[in-house]
Design a protein around this ligand. Structure first.
Ligand code: C5P
Length: 248
């Protein structure tokens, strides 16, 4: 069974926070090894550029056949016609979520939404705001002034105006987004690290517990699980921290 993501309704218990596991690995074999070790509690997986560019639709369909809900993280960023065509290209894939960059602007996002409405109504579109690897200084150097927080709010507003279903941001921005009146969007948050884990290349991070307390419900957490000596134990510990924060 493949759960379809409705508005804020990704699973049979939509109010419980979920881990979305990015399969940022070299081969399907490695991905399946991690998945099998984690076992039945894993519902959501994310296929990003590393796997999709090499293993393509076949891998996505294999995951769907096993019942996973799939986030195909393509981060589309091109002229409107090209992005709309790309959406048409993945229109028959069994994926629940895909991404495009909000920095592509309203015409690009609207073109994606129109293409999705025509050929892929089962796919929810998420706008990537400012990558969670970026801080104020990195963002300023590419020509965007000010702080990341207000910029994420501005871009989320453009996503909403374009008809996009949700945004990808750091859990650090969830409070600002709620206060800005765009809380009806679906929020998917990478940039999550357990207190004792390496930040790796992520800048705007929160722990799983902090993220859930800030309102995160779809938490993308990769290397702290996939690179752990015992991925199953890491997954369980993070899940437990999330559920405890949710119930508190
Ligand atoms: O291993 P880690 O937990 O850092 O993985 C985060 C995942 O989320 C990666 O697959 C990355 O591509 C994705 N992502 C992100 N920041 C965004 C959008 C997506 O880290 N803004």
């Amino acid at each position: 069974m493949c759960f379809k993501l409705g508005p804020m309704n990704a699973n049979p218990s939509p109010t419980l926070p979920e881990i979305i596991l990015p399969l940022d690995l070299d081969t399907p074999r490695e991905a399946w090894r991690v998945i099998e070790r984690i076992g039945g509690d894993l519902k959501w997986v994310k296929v990003g550029l590393q796997m999709y560019l090499r293993w393509g639709d076949g891998f996505v369909k294999e995951l769907a056949k096993e019942g996973f809900s799939i986030f195909l993280d393509l981060k589309l960023f091109d002229i409107p016609n090209t992005v709309a065509s790309a959406i048409r290209s993945i229109g028959d894939l069994p994926v629940a979520l895909t991404t495009l960059h909000t920095l592509g602007g309203v015409p690009m996002m609207r073109a994606a939404v129109e293409a999705r409405d025509r050929v892929a109504p089962h796919i929810r579109l998420l706008g990537v705001t400012i990558l969670t690897s970026m801080d104020d200084a990195t963002m300023n150097r590419v020509g965007i002034p000010g702080g990341v927080g207000p910029e994420v709010v501005r871009l989320a507003g453009l996503a909403r105006e374009s008809g996009v279903d949700g945004v990808v941001c750091s859990p650090q921005e969830l409070g600002l987004l709620q206060a800005a009146g765009v809380g009806d969007l679906t929020f998917v948050t990478p940039g999550v690290r357990p207190a004792d884990a390496s930040a790796d290349d992520q800048s705007r991070i929160m722990t799983p517990g902090e993220a859930v307390r800030a309102g995160a419900r779809y938490l993308v957490i990769g290397r702290p699980i996939t690179a752990a000596p015992d991925p199953a134990a890491a997954f369980r510990a993070i899940n437990e921290e999330m559920l405890q924060a949710f119930r508190a």
